[in-house]
Ligand binder design. Structure first.
Ligand code: CAA
Length: 414
């Protein structure tokens, strides 16, 4: 890979540190935390002391200001060892982005420096039991009461819930408005009325908690309203997801690469019919396809990260394409890797089964891949406005009716 052309020295340095931590603190403990369904604090502390939580935070708030490409590289390296730990790391960026994209200067000064230092973990509370893909259909309410907002309701699938100290919570502040219905508020751990109720028992990514967060008249000061202006929440959520999706896509690339690495090593070691199985053409085809798709996903992800970083209007589409393609790739590659391992792949004795279990959620969270395809198609149609010069090449035929004169023919298409 032409590292020095594409990546800054800082980006390379952060990725190298991530890889070292991944091999030292993440991979060896992955099975243990997966089985126990416990958070890997040892690895999180190593990530903090290596300064990797600073990656996505701008310099003026105590970060490295290394940008989304560096965030993608760090996430990829961690996920290559354990996809679950990849999200345990990247979800802090997801939870921080509402403050970064929409917060006031005071809010950024207040919450971002401890996040950068790795002292405070973050979570993103958008989804609800009946509002997943339809992110605008929330029911959690926040109403004004004097100098405060009072939040009531419950959120579902809060990744990092319990571990996190800071929660970006999306709630309805104006039920009568269509476009300014939702606002985002910061709720800190320990605020009265805020609790974690159900800790989900998951198929994969078991080292990071996914929980229900409950808000029973949680009172937060108006200073916690992100941006200081109500009604901006849906926009901030969408802008956040545009920035975060390259990160989840990077998690997918790491997961795919991790599964491929194991499959290649196994294909060397495993002999059948007197030769290592990589000598069999059908195995070669599998490995080659896995490698090509992983590499294609990787560069789509880097492109999305750079596009999002530049503030380009193409960000939404690029982020959705990277998320969709990379996560579909991770599922496919992990499935094929299990196949290469054969019977051993199906056993929980070896990490390959975990790569398979961990991959599935990638196609679901941070917007299902069905939603990504909606986003991509909508943006393609918008962009088609710039393709008017191609109208001359589009069929514009007329249907003859041969009806008797005076009889009105059905309308012709324009
Ligand atoms: N940036 C800025 N604004 C945007 C935007 C974007 N990318 N996308 C939409 N908007 C704005 C629109 O301009 C529009 O604004 P106006 O009202 O001012 O015109 C408004 O938002 C509504 O837009 P749409 O009509 O497109 O909204 P929609 O209701 O049709 O929904 C959707 C669009 C793409 C389906 C959206 O609801 C969506 O992304 N759903 C998926 C939600 C999701 O990703 N959830 C993930 C939860 S987080 C998670 O999973 C993390 C984890 O656990 C680790």
């Amino acid at each position: 890979m032409p590292q020095d052309i594409i990546f800054s020295p800082l980006c390379n340095e952060l990725a190298a540190k991530a890889r070292e931590i991944a091999e030292k603190h993440v991979r060896p403990a992955a099975a243990k935390y997966d089985k126990a369904q416990e958070y890997n604090w040892e690895a999180a502390r190593a990530v903090a002391s290596a300064g990797l939580f600073r990656t996505f935070v701008p310099k003026e708030y105590g970060g490295h200001g290394a940008g989304l490409l560096a965030l993608a590289r760090v996430t990829e390296e961690l996920a290559r060892a354990d996809s679950g730990f990849g999200v345990a790391y990247a979800v802090n960026a997801l939870g921080s982005f509402p403050i970064l994209v929409g917060g006031t200067e005071e809010q950024k000064q207040r919450w971002l420096p401890p996040i950068a230092r790795g002292e405070k973990m973050v979570a993103f509370c958008l989804s609800e039991k009946f509002a997943g893909s339809d992110a605008g259909g929330l029911s959690v309410r926040a109403y004004e009461d004097g100098d405060d907002y009072v939040i009531c309701g419950e959120k579902k699938w809060t990744t990092n819930g319990g571990v996190a100290d800071i929660y970006s919570v999306f709630a309805v502040t104006d039920a009568t408005s269509k476009s300014r219905r939702i606002s985002a508020l910061v709720v800190e751990k320990g605020t009265p009325g805020f609790s974690i109720r159900k800790v989900e028992d998951k198929m994969g990514i078991r080292c990071v908690p996914v929980v229900e967060t409950h808000f029973d008249h949680v009172r937060v000061p108006k200073e916690n309203l992100i941006g200081g202006r109500p009604g901006m929440g849906f926009k901030h959520a969408m802008m956040t997801l545009d920035l975060a999706r390259p990160g989840v896509a990077a998690q997918a690339v790491g997961a795919a690469q991790g599964a491929l690495d194991l499959a290649v090593v196994y294909s060397n070691r495993r002999h059948q019919f007197g030769v290592p199985i990589h000598n069999h053409q059908m195995v070669q085809k599998m490995l080659a396809d896995m490698a090509m798709k992983t590499e294609a996903a990787r560069w789509l992800v880097y492109l999305a990260a750079v596009t999002a970083e530049s503030g380009s209007p193409n960000t939404t589409k690029q982020a959705a394409m990277a998320k969709c393609f990379a996560t579909d790739t991770a599922m496919e590659v992990a499935t094929e890797a299990v196949q290469v391992f054969g019977g051993y792949g199906y056993m929980e004795d070896y990490p390959i089964a975990k790569f398979f279990r961990d991959a599935k959620i990638l196609q679901i969270y941070e917007g299902t891949n069905q939603v990504q395809r909606i986003v991509i198609a909508r943006n393609l149609v918008k962009e088609a406005r710039d393709l008017e010069h191609l109208e001359a090449y589009i069929p514009r035929e007329v249907q003859n009716s041969y009806e008797a004169e005076g009889v009105s023919a059905p309308a012709q298409p324009a």
